[in-house]
Write a protein that binds this ligand. Structure first.
Ligand code: KG4
Ligand code: ZN
Length: 340
């Protein structure tokens, strides 16, 4: 079975062709980062228009690279939500139209399920069950995963997502959008021990997160600090360490609470080197394993949508025609597919 995956929920047009026997055959990614950089964040209307311009040529290229004709596909998967409504509508309209023209089924994929299953594209893939830490620009969640579609959200951010906190703090440090990776780079030059940021919500029980206070703490720290590169790097280091430590504390708590030994981290922030290193250390201490996507598949991409769509199509899922795009869509409302 071979399908096309389309991702357009935010500022990346991601297209992929995935085959359940041969794996990933091709993938294309166009990032709109430069388009939005002047505005310091994603401008939804510009995002939608750019998806319109890029989507068809990228689909043509992905099909060519996979040596596949549209008519040879067995289905089309597109991100149906959550995300920016205009951006979602582009992928949804094109995906549904192509499926209709090629006379194959279309399936709408939940963006966060895509992230959650992205480590399944790697060798070895994580076996079920596991705890997933999903950390992206729009969401931070801890999820107990028993199988595909069997998700219990154990905790989530009550305000900013982890990636959003990185981006906002990066902006305060004078870095471009999206600042997460740039802040991480600056932090490499930073020294430990100069600043102590709080570890929000770790001194009380529960698995929810709150990151907006860290951004305020960063704003006050930057205001009171000297304006030189080393100071900025030290602040970046202390901020990053606080986010990472907070995530580690909550992951350890979730694993202990559920008696699980496997952890999956996914979403844009899972590309963070300090986070990966400290999670590896945590799982070594707990005598368990950690799994994450390869760097290119941490942030938004078409491959994860193709993979998740494949699992749902195989399970006989039909397209939900009630709405072409679902800007809000709770992860734990998805249908159960099982262990694939
Ligand atoms: O998953 P993603 O591509 O988009 C959403 O679904 O939101 O995540 C993007 C987020 C951005 O906030 C970006 O700054 C952050 O992931 N990010 C990072 C790193 N790479 C991407 N944050 C920290 N360190 C990184 N290396
Ligand atoms: Zn994402």
């Amino acid at each position: 079975m071979r399908i096309l995956g389309i991702e357009t929920s935010c500022d990346e047009t991601g297209i992929a062709v995935y085959d359940d026997e041969q794996g990933l055959l091709s993938h294309e990614l166009y990032s709109q980062v430069k388009l939005h950089a002047d505005y310091g964040g994603v401008v939804p209307e510009l995002a939608s228009r750019d998806h319109v311009r890029k989507i068809v040529p990228l689909i043509q290229k992905a099909l060519e690279d996979a040596d596949t004709k549209g008519e040879e596909l067995d289905g089309v998967a597109f991100t149906q939500g959550p995300g920016l409504v205009g951006a979602l509508l582009v992928g949804s309209s094109v995906g549904r139209a192509l499926a209709y023209a090629w006379n194959v089924p279309a399936v709408g994929v939940h963006h966060m399920e895509g992230h959650l299953l992205a480590p399944m594209l790697e060798e070895p893939a994580p076996p079920f069950p596991f705890i997933a830490l999903l950390v992206s620009g729009g969401h931070s969640m801890l999820v107990k995963v028993e199988g595909i579609g069997e998700y219990e959200v154990l905790g989530e951010s009550i305000d900013d997502a982890a990636g959003e906190a990185f981006d906002k703090t990066a902006k305060l440090l004078g870095l471009d959008y999206p600042g997460g990776p740039l802040l991480a780079k600056l932090a490499e030059k930073g020294e430990a021990g100069h600043y102590q940021f709080p570890r929000p919500m770790t001194d009380r029980p529960g698995l929810d997160f709150s990151f907006s206070g860290l951004k305020t703490f960063a704003a006050n720290t930057i205001r009171d600090a000297d304006d030189n590169e080393q100071t900025k790097a030290n602040i970046a280091y202390a901020f990053q360490e606080a986010v990472v430590d907070t995530l580690i504390i909550k992951c350890r708590r979730a694993l202990k609470q559920t008696n699980m030994k496997r952890l999956v981290i996914a979403g844009g922030v899972s590309a963070n080197t300090m986070l990966r290193e400290k999670m590896q250390q945590l799982m070594a201490d707990m005598k368990g394993e950690v799994y994450y996507p390869s760097l290119g598949f941490c942030t938004d991409n078409g491959a994860m949508i193709a993979y998740a769509g494949m699992q749902r199509l195989k399970a006989g899922e039909k397209l939900d025609l009630s709405s072409p795009a679902k800007p809000r869509w709770p992860l734990d409302s998805l249908k159960k597919v099982g262990c694939g």
